[in-house]
Ligand binder design. Structure first.
Ligand code: SF4
Length: 357
């Protein structure tokens, strides 16, 4: 983890603060009502920091309006245009993301001055698709060394302007290169301990993107590298937040919410436990209390394998049983199974609440 803390609005990144989840709106400012609705939905889903593209003057002019309806910090994503960066900072952006590699020195200096005077951090966002030409020529491809060197170079450009309120990201769609680039940057080029924003860019569709992000972001977080993440998906951004939450939970970096443990089923399964597990996960996605439910395909191994859960269900001969701590508690007919699960979840929530009072 980084040594420094960067404050993005009221959210702190780095130096042991909880790893935060970021996402990005996919609707342009020209469809403002739709954009606002999406931003509010992402906030509701648990996005900690939200980013929005500011590609033109009309977008910058409505930035403050969008920010005013949100409780979470709003980040302006800027390419090429210093004026848009400066306008967004003045409109209340809690952070801006730029790729200093595609801006002249004088523009970087002006952005850094404005950001510093208002206490707004800057993310240096290096991307494999827009690497500087000289680095591409030197290395022949956007390899890990080239990406880490680009990040170092662009961090130094901000430091030369007296600006150190920096978060760094080094993204590419190639997972092994992305992981190597972050590791290299962290070990060789980050003596000041700037916080790192992790992500696999252009990761792909829901399934592919989820796997690539889990592999790349997960490998780094398990190494203790990374302070904030974005799971980038060609899907509804709400999926990005849901996947990021699941990833942090799987890595033991976030508590809370429902965890459904389920077996893959096999020839011993006589109930539709896959559909049940899926339904429970969707129906109770908003539960905040940490609850682990085992949904197993048969009692042969299921009850023992799921002994560590708050409770579990499994089935045999077309009926279900409820079990707790490895023991069968109740026999349930299939038409009542969901009601019983709902009651058990309410029960766990009530007991946790009573205990903490
Ligand atoms: S718990 Fe039962 S149904 Fe599930 S994989 Fe194991 S043996 Fe098969």
């Amino acid at each position: 983890m980084s040594k420094r803390v960067v404050a993005v609005g009221g959210v702190h990144i780095g130096a042991g603060n909880p790893v935060t989840i970021q996402s990005m709106c996919s609707v342009p400012f020209s469809r403002f009502d739709e954009l606002a609705a999406q931003a509010l939905r992402l906030q509701e889903e648990g996005c900690d920091i939200l980013r929005v593209s500011v590609p033109d003057r009309a977008s910058a002019d409505r930035f403050a309006e969008l920010k005013s309806i949100l409780k979470i910090p709003l980040v302006a994503d800027i390419h090429y245009d210093a004026e848009l960066a400066i306008s967004s900072i003045r409109a209340g952006a809690n952070k801006i993301r730029i790729n200093p590699g595609n801006m002249p020195e004088s523009d970087i200096r002006r952005i850094a001055q404005e950001a510093k005077s208002r206490g707004v951090p800057i993310r240096v966002g290096v991307n494999g698709g827009s690497l500087e030409k000289d680095l591409l020529k030197k290395y022949g491809s956007p390899c890990a060394q080239a990406l880490a060197e680009s990040a170092d170079r662009n961090v130094k450009r901000l430091e030369e302007c007296g600006f150190e309120d920096i978060v760094v990201s080094i993204k590419t769609s190639n997972v092994p290169i992305m992981v190597s680039a972050y590791r290299l940057f962290e070990s060789k080029y980050n003596p000041k301990g700037y916080p790192l924003h992790l992500g696999v860019t252009e990761a792909g569709t829901l399934r592919t993107g989820m796997i690539k992000s889990a592999a790349g972001i997960g490998a780094l977080l398990l190494d203790g590298i990374g302070d904030t993440i974005r799971v980038s998906l060609a899907a509804d951004p709400a999926e990005e937040v849901a996947v990021a939450k699941s990833l942090l939970r799987a890595l033991g970096l976030r508590e809370g919410g429902l965890e459904v443990i389920s077996c893959p089923t096999c020839g011993r399964t006589t109930v539709n436990s896959i559909e049940l597990a899926d339904r429970i996960e969707k129906e109770f996605a908003d539960v905040q209390t940490p609850i682990r439910i085992a949904v197993m395909g048969c009692p042969v191994n299921g009850i023992g394998e799921a002994a560590e859960s708050d409770f579990g269900v499994t089935g045999a001969n077309g009926r279900y049983v409820l079990f707790k701590k490895g023991k069968i508690i109740k026999d349930i007919s299939p038409d009542k199974i969901f009601d019983v699960i709902r009651a058990e979840i309410d029960n766990v929530i009530h007991n946790r609440k009573t205990k903490s009072e």
